[in-house]
Design a protein around this ligand. Structure first.
Ligand code: 6GU
Length: 258
């Protein structure tokens, strides 16, 4: 009997497949791979480079520093992968791509085959983007030495949205960015740690009060740390009410305001 198809099928095209070793083994993603819910294949363009030296890079036309990945070995790797296992949605990782966010994670989680094409050195010959990329994605405004860590970020963000990857199905519903707000802070035992007490309301057992308090903390934290999110997602009627009906007693400053 053959095992059922994985819910998420990932293809990595990378010159450094070993960079993913521990990442793919650890934690819930490792379990999902062991359980066949997620499958990850790695393909090295170097295995498709010609010559005894299997050279994958060359200097840029027009001059300039660094080396550029040649298109041939990357194209051959992509084509070999798809000839064997079928077409995938192809993402090229590059700092000049569209910014990755939770909405894109959700979109990608709905696809069954994803390919991550990782650049290295000073860049990748532009014809790979032109010929193969369905989208070009960046994880933030800083420069990494290659796309591998960015691909790992995308895989983790997408895989945890796939049913059966996360332990508890409800934990992705109520989290940061689901409504343009940062997550409220959380505590567990002990009730006091190094002089810091857990906010009283959370010990009260009053679920309505807890929900109200969390909504307010979430909003305050977003206002303090990410005013850009407030601009993009203005206060809801409910939030306006929360703010106006604010606490009667003086609040201890929340961790985000310290
Ligand atoms: Cl996707 N690649 C590289 N090399 N640097 C980045 C990036 C990607 N996203 C942010 N910085």
């Amino acid at each position: 009997m053959s095992s059922p198809a994985p819910l998420l099928d990932v293809e990595l095209v990378t010159l450094f497949p070993e960079m993913f070793d521990s990442f793919l083994r650890a934690s819930l993603l490792g379990k999902a791979i062991d359980g066949g819910v997620v499958r990850v294949n790695r393909t090295n363009p170097r295995d498709f480079a010609p010559g005894r030296h299997r050279q994958v890079d060359d200097s840029p036309y027009g001059g300039g520093p660094g080396m550029i990945l040649r298109p041939g070995p990357v194209a051959a790797a992509i084509e070999a992968v798809e000839a064997e296992r079928g077409r995938a949605h192809r993402l090229l990782l590059s700092p000049s791509g569209r910014l990755f966010d939770q909405a894109l994670a959700g979109e990608l989680a709905g696809r069954c085959r994803l390919m991550f094409i990782c650049g290295r050195y000073e860049g990748l010959d532009e014809r790979i983007a032109e010929l193969f990329a369905d989208e070009v994605v960046s994880i933030g405004d800083y420069v990494l030495a290659g796309g591998e860590m960015a691909a790992a970020v995308l895989i983790e963000a997408v895989a945890r949205l796939v049913p059966g990857v996360l332990g508890c199905e409800t934990s992705t519903v109520d989290e940061s960015f689901s409504a343009g707000r940062l997550e409220y802070p959380q505590w567990t035992r002990p009730p006091t740690f190094r002089g810091l007490a857990v906010p009283e309301v959370l010990l009260s057992g009053n679920h309505a009060q807890v929900a109200k308090w969390r909504g307010l903390e979430s909003l305050r934290r977003t206002q303090a740390r990410r005013p850009d999110l407030i601009e993009r997602h203005p206060l809801t009627e409910h939030e306006t009410m929360l703010v106006q009906g604010g606490p009667t007693q003086r609040r201890r400053r929340s961790p985000s305001e310290r």
